[in-house]
Design a protein around this ligand. Structure first.
Ligand code: NAD
Ligand code: UD2
Length: 313
């Protein structure tokens, strides 16, 4: 049975991936410092090493005996990267180099998380992987650094990699309590309680919201596509949704009136983000993405099951 190391496996995306690997019978080891992840997210049958991704000895030890690495550990927030520039750089870029270095020593393939944030304010929508990268945030700049180090890993050190540029991922287990959480988990949580939400800017900014089930499919397919050419793939739907439309859709789904307050746009805010899913469909063999409404209903159902104090459906 194949054995994988999943870094960040106690987080939102990582825990869903580990569940999928376990379901197909693979052995799974998780390396996570539990800073935003939770022990309770650990997939049944997976083992956990609590450690820091930027500690090369911890990463090297965690890779012993595995057949491949899926690297998801990161400080996954544009806002936090703005506040703690150097600290997030250490985790997001130095941590990734530590993973590539361990993979070099043990001859392992690596699938790693990049982000749509690498495109920054490029207005040539939809964004294909060939589009120019112009990050607007420290977070996006570090994710681009990961991709460039992946190129070096392949060309200089013979490490096969595949980078997945996730757009805005959503689904159950995204923690709505954190102010750094994704907009969907925050809106679903507040609206399901009948509370007001905050929209940054005019709410006309758009995002390409991709369901966790599609992200897991892309990660599993990425394992077969890692190569020393260091390919990157968009993981997106190709469908734009404005923040305001998102809020209206969730309010309708929860059967509550929409109460919202506006705050100034965030610094480093990208106005429109929309991906071209063509390469991922062709090379990773991904099918039609899960619809937004269907995915939102899953999140609301999960929140209601997890937090019975919410307005019942
Ligand atoms: P998450 O915060 O739920 O998961 C990240 C995991 O990494 C957590 O379990 C956390 O405890 C762990 N971690 C953080 N710092 C660590 C460290 N120093 N050492 C070891 N473990 C550490 O976030 P997520 O949404 O699941 O993101 C997973 C990956 O996908 C990240 O690389 C993120 O940048 C990327 N990504 C996420 C999105 C999204 O919309 N959620 C979009 C683009 C890219
Ligand atoms: C970026 C990346 C995404 C991922 C994520 C990690 C882009 C396009 N996307 O997501 O791939 O790496 O960072 O954090 O770079 N908003 C509100 N009210 C709220 C919360 C958010 O209006 O209470 C708005 C926010 O201003 C933004 C949109 O919702 O316009 C999405 O915000 P987000 O924090 O969910 O994600 P974003 O786009 O910064």
């Amino acid at each position: 049975m194949p054995h994988y190391l999943v870094t960040g496996g106690c987080g939102f995306i990582g825990s869903h991936l580990c569940d999928a690997l376990r379901r197909r019978g693979d052995a799974v080891r998780v390396l996570d410092d539990l800073s935003t992840g939770h022990r309770g997210n650990l997939a049944p049958g997976a083992s956990l090493i609590v450690g820091d991704i930027a500690d090369p000895a911890a990463v090297r030890a965690a890779t012993e005996g595995v057949d491949g690495i899926i690297h998801l550990a990161a400080i996954a927030s544009v806002e936090r990267a703005a506040q703690d520039w150097l600290g997030t750089h250490r985790v997001n870029l130095t941590g990734t180099i530590a993973v590539f270095e361990a993979a070099r020593a043990r001859h392992l393939p690596v699938v790693y998380a990049s982000s749509a944030a690498v495109y920054g304010d490029n207005a040539a929508l939809p964004l294909s992987e060939e589009a120019m990268t112009r990050p607007l945030s420290a977070y996006g700049a570090d994710k681009l650094g990961c991709e460039q180090q992946a190129r070096v890993a392949g060309l200089v050190h013979g490490v096969p990699t595949a980078g997945l540029r996730f757009f805005n991922v959503f689904g159950p287990r995204q923690d709505p309590a954190s102010p750094y959480s994704g907009v969907i988990s925050i809106f679903c949580d507040r609206l399901a309680r009948g509370e007001a939400i905050t929209v940054y800017g005019d709410g006309q900014q758009t995002r390409d919201f991709v369901n966790i089930a599609d992200v897991v499919r892309a990660l599993l397919a990425g394992l077969d596509r890692a190569s020393t050419a260091a390919p990157v793939f968009n993981v997106c739907t190709g469908r734009p949704t404005s923040v305001l439309t998102l809020a209206e859709t969730i309010a309708a789904l929860c059967g509550v009136p929409l109460q919202l307050a506006h705050q100034p746009a965030r610094s480093g805010e990208i106005r429109h983000s929309l991906g071209d899913a063509g390469r991922a469909r062709a090379v990773l063999g991904l099918g039609e993405p899960v619809g937004l409404r269907e995915g939102l209903a899953d999140v609301v159902a999960w929140l209601r099951a997890d937090r019975p104090a919410l307005v019942p459906g």
